[in-house]
Design a protein around this ligand. Structure first.
Ligand SMILES: [Zn+2]
Ligand SMILES: [Zn+2]
Ligand SMILES: [Zn+2]
Length: 942
């Protein structure tokens, strides 16, 4: 029977697969989620690793106060990549997601939504609403995180509002009380008068702010400088010159600090003598109306100690004190001191026994103590205060300055320092600070700069102000004896309350009276038994900070200390510190062995995302338009050490990269449709060289990628995988082996060898991308021909062990050399194509001229494979004189290349040119190789 050329198509093994070129991730991913859910994959992952070593990544809880944004998606995806990788390396990884449900972030959003203030609604009523509000967002975020393909204990997360968790917060506070870390003190703290609460260090942001900078002179009392000025020939009328950018704090001034060892001068002017630091004299003269008058006296700061002056508004007597922190950088070297309004001032106040004047209430308004300024907002009062100073001729100069100033993280308004009665945790009690600094060095910080960052923060941080004057949180469980007015913080009472919380939650504190919260018959040391409850709640950072007590210590599947904390780099100031301080104080351990930090998401131009700039990218949009795998690919692709950019262009580029990776997998799936690994696998030793080379390459890739995952360099995972797919596979291997896959007999050793390699490569690709492309890897896995003991999901599978990898350096080196030759040949062929001499490369015949014996024998050894390597019909090697048209290539200097039209006719089946084409009656128009194939296929499938 005669066959037309067209019909040979049926004799080829053309690719077949249901794995689509078009990903359609937004439509397909939900099906995969359903499959995982119905097959209970997460539980099965856990049970399959039940007795394996644990790897515990402890989740830093996001606030339950809104939908997830791109920063959450980044953070949770990074965590999921780590967890899935460790799982595939055989570890037992229970990931317990958490939510921070209490605190100002929730309270602030809810008050905004209710359009109410703290005073408008009773606390217990507000707390019920806040609970519902937080739970609503816990549910919403849970669904959003699950949609990204994140595995974890979604049905059993940790919430800071759980009764057991609340009880563990109370108990942790009790342990700190028991160990002597907790004290009550009147101290200046960061205070937001909009939010009416104290703020922790982590809750303060620095931003530019314009303040009035003023130079003010304070009149010394009579006789103070008399001894020094005797014989100087000037009147005794003297003033000390101060400088401040917070004129409103002058109301509370009680002292002026000078540096004991620095030189101070007394300048004689028409308006009396002025005292200031010598180092700052030029600067002050330049800025102010102070003319460089005659220096009548020069003396060390310590000579000024204890001189007294009158408060500019006559409110009290002040005195000159000494302090080390007085700087000669700016100002006058004479520092206005108000212990109620500054940390340094407070310390100096304690040394000198100065009074802490606090004329400002919680709303930032002056009280009775401020006299005529009563009822005015502190910041707004600046103008009036400056006017008054001017009227008293005590103002030397005033000008606005723009400087970095603390602001509230929630309401973004400038904050103040305000002394109040607060509960503190001492950082120096029992040498805690020293112990923490020592422990920090034992933690693995990724990137390494994190260590210095947190070290310097801890080195200088003040005691931790734990109390907040807010509604929504865990109460500070202290009582005041109504009779002796003493505050009682007693760990036995606290533990007693914790057992009430176990059952009833912390609402009990606000619902029950003090008697019901105290042990039966409890009496104060003074004998009285009538108590008042404390009204403060605990800093929300304390709540999440003790999650090691409430979660890591409690759950069987976890460990304490755990392996990894992974959060944004701002948590050096926040959660890493609050966790470390408490775990060290309570248990003398660091809660974590390693800490990984990442940067923040910015737009394509590196700008912070904001509604007003209109550059906010939401994870929900990316998922809807492209799929969660694209979002995850962006996470892996980005180098998280810096700020991480996102834009439409970046996403478009990643979509393109994704398509290439996907098409590589599709080619492989298409060519193993008839391959049964258990039945058809060719033993490694029997494989063809190029297939061995491909195995070597993919094993090297796997080894590299395991190293990158281990060191958390996910962007290198992405780049090495992408390069492998493009350079090694798509542009080389897949190109070359097409001929064998399509035209050789389906069961031939050559084709089976190649299919064995493809199966192994695809298996490895599916696994190495699984932590990142969670959906696509599963899709590939499901499309692969099944084999014995193949897990039902890629996420149940394990990475191959590094010991079993076949990496052949010599073979790769040889191929690298051949690849160079190939690249040079392809350039020559391209030139021929452009000039119209050939069409496809199969129309060409290549002749190489070797210039050295070594080169000649190398190519000669590989001669039989060269035509396939170049994808031409014929290729040969010559030694000796080369023709004029031979092309030189700088990358292969000892070779000359000639390309000609191929010899013979085009085979109608394999499209190779051969002088054997058309010699066979039974199968006209085909070459010898195809003829032999068809003869051998007779009786099989043809
Ligand atoms: Zn605020
Ligand atoms: Zn008492
Ligand atoms: Zn042929």
């Amino acid at each position: 029977m005669l066959k037309k050329a067209m019909d040979y198509k049926d004799t080829l093994n053309l690719p077949k697969t249901d794995f689509k070129m078009k990903a359609s991730l937004p439509q397909k991913e939900p099906d995969t989620l359903r499959f995982w859910n119905e097959s209970d994959i997460y539980s099965r992952i856990k049970s399959s690793r039940a007795n394996k070593p644990k790897y515990v990544l402890h989740d830093g809880p996001p606030y339950a106060n809104g939908h997830i944004h791109i920063g959450h998606a980044l953070n949770k995806t990074l965590k999921d990549i780590v967890v899935k990788y460790k799982t595939m390396q055989g570890c037992y990884c229970e990931y317990v997601p958490g939510w921070d449900c209490h605190g100002l972030p929730v309270e602030h959003e809810l008050f905004k939504k209710l359009n109410k203030k703290k005073t408008d609604i009773p606390q217990i009523e507000f707390r019920k609403k806040a609970y519902d509000y937080a739970m609503g967002f816990v549910d919403a975020q849970k669904q959003e995180f699950k949609r990204i393909g994140i595995f974890g204990e979604w049905e059993n997360p940790y919430l800071t509002t759980d009764k057991t968790y609340e009880a563990s917060i109370i108990r942790s506070f009790g342990r700190l009380v028991e160990k002597g870390y907790i004290y009550q003190g009147r101290k200046p703290v960061n205070w937001c008068y909009r939010c009416e609460t104290a703020l922790a260090e982590a809750e303060v942001e620095y931003d530019n702010y314009t303040s009035p900078s003023v130079y003010v002179k304070f009149k010394l009392n009579k006789g103070q400088l008399a001894g020094h000025l005797a014989g100087c020939g000037v009147k005794e009328d003297s003033y000390i010159l101060i400088w401040t950018t917070t004129p409103w704090t002058l109301i509370a001034n009680v002292a002026v600090a000078v540096h004991s060892e620095r030189e101070y001068v007394v300048i004689n002017t028409v308006d009396g003598n002025i005292i200031l630091a010598h180092d700052l004299l030029d600067q002050v003269c330049e800025k102010t109306a102070l003319k460089k008058g005659k220096i009548v006296l020069s003396l060390k700061g310590k000579a000024l100690e204890n001189l007294s002056y009158e408060h500019p508004f006559g409110l009290r007597q002040g005195k000159i004190v000494l302090a080390d922190y007085v700087s000669m950088e700016e100002g006058t070297g004479c520092v206005h001191t108000a212990p109620g309004h500054g940390q340094d001032d407070h310390i100096t106040g304690q040394i000198y026994g100065l009074e802490t004047i606090m004329p400002v209430d919680e709303r930032g308004l002056f009280t009775e103590q401020a006299g005529e300024f009563k009822g005015e907002n502190v910041h707004k009062s600046n103008t009036a205060i400056i006017d008054k100073l001017r009227g008293l001729t005590l103002l030397l100069h005033s000008e606005p300055i723009n400087h970095s100033y603390p602001h509230c993280w929630r309401c973004k308004n400038p904050i103040i320092f305000r002394a109040t009665e607060q509960w503190f945790m001492s950082i120096d009690h029992d040498n805690l600070r020293k112990a923490i600094l020592g422990k920090i060095k034992q933690v693995n910080w990724v990137p390494a700069q994190g260590q210095d960052r947190i070290m310097s923060m801890l080195d200088t941080r003040p005691d931790w102000c734990l109390s907040r004057q807010r509604y929504w949180g865990v109460p500070i469980p202290v009582f005041m004896c109504k009779s002796c007015k003493r505050w009682i913080a007693d760990h036995k009472l606290i533990d007693h309350f914790a057992s009430i919380v176990d059952e009833k939650g912390t609402d009990a504190w606000f619902e029950l009276d003090a008697k019901a919260l105290l042990p039966h018959d409890y009496k104060c040391a003074c004998g009285a038994s009538d108590f008042k409850k404390g009204e403060d709640i605990v800093d929300v950072w304390f709540e999440s900070g003790v999650s090691h007590q409430g979660v890591l210590k409690q759950r069987e599947g976890l460990s304490y200390p755990c392996d990894l904390y992974l959060e944004g780099s701002d948590q050096h100031r926040g959660w890493f510190q609050s966790s470390l301080i408490t775990s060290m104080a309570i248990d003398n351990v660091s809660a974590f062995k390693s800490v990984l930090t990442h940067g923040f998401v910015v737009d394509g131009m590196g700008r912070k995302m904001s509604k007003s700039l209109g550059n906010v990218v939401s994870p929900q949009e990316i998922i809807k338009d492209y799929g969660a795998d694209i979002l995850r690919l962006w996470v892996a692709f980005s180098d998280y050490n810096d700020d991480i950019r996102i834009s439409d262009q970046i996403i478009a580029r990643l979509v393109e990269a994704y398509r290439k990776i996907r098409n590589t997998a599709r080619f492989m799936l298409g060519n193993i449709y008839d391959f049964d690994l258990d039945r058809d696998r060719v033993k490694y030793d029997d494989m063809r060289e190029i297939d061995k080379w491909a195995i070597s390459r993919v094993h090297r890739l796997l080894r590299d990628i395991i190293g990158f995952y281990e060191s958390f360099q996910f962007h290198k995972v992405y780049h090495s995988l992408y390069t492998f797919c493009i350079v090694d596979m798509s542009n080389f291997y897949m190109d070359i082996v097409k001929d064998i896959l399509y035209t050789f007999k389906s069961t031939s050793l050559e084709r089976r060898s190649c299919q064995s390699a493809l199966y192994i490569i695809l298996d490895i690709i599916a696994k190495v991308i699984a932590p990142v492309l969670v959906f696509t890897s599963e899709e590939i896995w499901q499309a692969m021909p099944k084999r014995k003991d193949m897990p039902e999901s890629v996420h149940l599978s394990f990475f191959d062990k590094c010991e079993s990898l076949k990496i052949d350096d010599a073979l790769e080196e040889r191929f690298a050399r051949l690849k160079k030759v190939r690249d040079a040949v392809l350039k020559v062929l391209e030139a021929k194509r452009v000039s119209g001499i050939i069409g496809s490369s199969l129309e060409a015949r290549v002749v190489l001229y070797a210039e050295s014996d070594e080169e000649y024998s190398f190519l000669k050894e590989n001669e039989s494979g060269l035509a396939a390597l170049f994808i031409v019909s014929q290729a040969g090697i010559e030694r000796g004189v080369f023709p004029d048209e031979a092309v030189e290539d700088e990358n292969v200097p000892s070779i000359r290349i000639c390309a000609y039209k191929a010899i013979g006719e085009k085979c109608g089946r394999c499209w190779n040119f051969s002088d054997t084409t058309g010699k066979y009656k039974e199968y006209p128009g085909i070459c010898k190789r195809c003829h032999n194939t068809l003869v051998s296929m007779k009786g099989d499938n043809f």
